[in-house]
Design a protein around this ligand. Structure first.
Ligand SMILES: Nc1ncnc2c1ncn2[C@@H]1O[C@H](COP(=O)(O)OP(=O)(O)OP(=O)(O)O)[C@@H](O)[C@H]1O
Ligand SMILES: [Mg+2]
Length: 279
């Protein structure tokens, strides 16, 4: 390769890197946009509760009814507070450096935003948090991965079902594992190697909630997890369901002490059957 060839290869490499970055930013904006519309609906519900109980309290002068109305208003107000905190957290947390992150808190914040949608599609959520050890990650990026995975899970269960979100520690690999398991359609073995490919989708465009169908969700998840030095694994059985597991670097003692930041570790985690793939 002569020098000019080398230069144009380098130029192309830089352009690809820039385009990838732009795609990532566009995806984040889309995710935020989707959250905004979900949040607006949520807020409307909360407002209706507040207005209705305020009217009830004004109509009835007895203490019992007024106390009940005020309690309802307080509950709705607290829910509104949780919703804004989640959205603000997502918008504010633009740090590009991994930091000790409590995944359970991140899951709870994300579920506040998805609650309404999951209820609408008759999907129950089960949580198993077996560790509170923090992961060394960029919180809002992992939140984006989680939102993608839960949306996929929801879309795989058109007749309702269950999502299990589990956080556990793998002390051998030194990872905190975040699993999202659904009771949906499952993925055929021949499709598994393709699901992380950019633009691979089996969906016919956006669903009734305006989500899905471009095939960028999982490829973005994979990129994000790899940039963290982690792994994303999938196990699926047709007719039974699918489980995605993120293996994310656990926080080391030094990372927990703020003065001594250290680079994140790169992990190599084996995959397992049946119908398993990892990227
Ligand atoms: N939990 C799941 N259950 C069944 N199939 C899944 C699941 N998650 C992903 N898939 C399959 O993998 C494909 C790719 O998923 P991906 O999230 O990348 O794209 P998408 O959901 O189709 O579109 P997008 O996420 O860009 O809106 C899906 O179209 C679907 O066929
Ligand atoms: Mg998707």
């Amino acid at each position: 390769m002569d020098q000019s060839q080398a230069e144009s290869t380098e130029q192309l490499r830089l352009e690809i890197q820039q385009l990838k970055q732009q795609l990532r930013e566009a995806q984040q904006m889309t995710a935020l946009g989707e959250l905004m519309s979900t949040t607006t609906h949520e807020f409307n519900n909360v407002l209706m509760t507040i207005l209705n109980y305020a009217k009830l309290g004004l109509r009835h002068t007895d203490d019992a009814t007024r106390t009940k109305a005020l309690n309802k208003i307080l509950g709705a107000g607290q829910r509104a507070e949780r919703i804004t905190n989640s959205v603000l957290g997502l918008a504010r947390n633009r740090s590009n450096d991994p930091e000790p992150t409590n995944l359970a808190e991140m899951v709870e914040e994300s579920l506040v935003l998805l609650e309404r949608e999951l209820t609408k599609y008759r999907i129950a959520v089960e949580k198993q948090f077996t560790t509170d050890k923090p992961a060394q990650v960029i919180g809002n990026q992992i939140q984006q991965v989680l939102l993608n995975l839960v949306t996929n899970a929801r879309q795989a269960m058109p007749n309702g079902g269950m999502v299990l979100i589990r956080i556990s520690e793998d002390t051998v690999a030194g990872t905190i594992d975040l699993m999202v398991r659904d009771t949906g359609t499952g993925i055929p073995a021949e499709a598994l190697p393709k699901i992380f490919d950019r633009f691979y989708s089996t969906k016919q465009g956006p669903d009734a909630s305006g989500k899905g169908g471009t095939g960028v969700g999982l490829s973005a998840c994979r990129d994000i997890v790899h940039e963290h030095g982690g792994k994303i694994k999938v196990e699926s059985e047709v007719g039974k369901g699918t489980a995605f597991t993120l293996k994310l670097p656990a926080c080391t003692k030094e990372q927990l002490a703020p003065a001594s930041a250290k680079p994140i570790v790169t992990l190599g985690i084996p995959t397992s059957s049946p119908n398993a793939a990892s990227a």
